[in-house]
Write a new protein. Structure first.
Length: 192
């Protein structure tokens, strides 16, 4: 006997695909319902409106990315090794899950994500943020350049987003040696 996916999961999956492919404004609820194979009214049983769907989808993706990134991570490892681990796992997530990457990138650069990013970077969210903790330690230990946190984040992770985007668009190929070189170049950008 095959188990039919939960309608909510079908809606989430359809929304992810459509938002990643067509953007937030190019994916009305009726189109999401059609792709999910449900009636338009069914979506509203699970999500009050499109804004709620967009935010809940982001939360679900964030809950999947964190364990992926932290797999094999050791807080006891030297600073550089922890930086390389987190950068490598983040880039691999982007490569392995291109739809999720495209959604996350869009979310972070939209009005939905700007306040979220600010709170996360400034530590106002009240939950663990391994990247923020690592960078705070790096600043305290004077391992990182003396720059504002936002600039250090951009120097470290901005290039990862750009190369992941170019990989997803088939402009470049990120094989294992290129991933290693890319993460090391990001390290070089932020280390003292």
């Amino acid at each position: 006997m095959t188990v039919k996916p939960d309608k909510r999961e079908e809606i989430i999956s359809a929304a992810l695909e459509l938002f990643a492919e067509q953007g937030f404004h190019g994916a009305p609820m009726a189109l999401i319902a059609e792709r999910a194979g449900v009636g338009a009214g069914t979506i509203y049983r699970y999500f009050e409106n499109r804004d709620v769907l967009i935010r809940e989808l982001y939360q679900e993706l964030e809950e999947t990315i964190t364990p992926f990134i932290l797999e094999g991570y050791s807080e006891a490892a030297p600073f550089r090794a922890r930086f390389l681990h987190l950068g490598t796992r983040l880039l691999r997530f982007f490569i392995e899950y291109p739809l999720r990457f495209r959604y996350l990138e869009q979310f972070h650069n939209s009005p939905y994500g700007i306040a979220h990013r600010r709170d996360k970077m400034l530590g106002d969210e009240g939950r663990c943020n391994v990247f923020r903790e690592l960078f705070d330690q790096g600043a305290a230990q004077q391992v990182l350049k003396d720059l504002p946190l936002a600039i250090l984040f951009n120097l470290a992770f901005g290039p990862l987003v750009a190369v992941a985007r170019d990989h997803v668009l088939n402009f470049i190929t990120l094989d294992e040696p290129m991933i290693v070189k890319t993460i090391e170049a990001c390290w070089d950008a932020v280390k003292r």
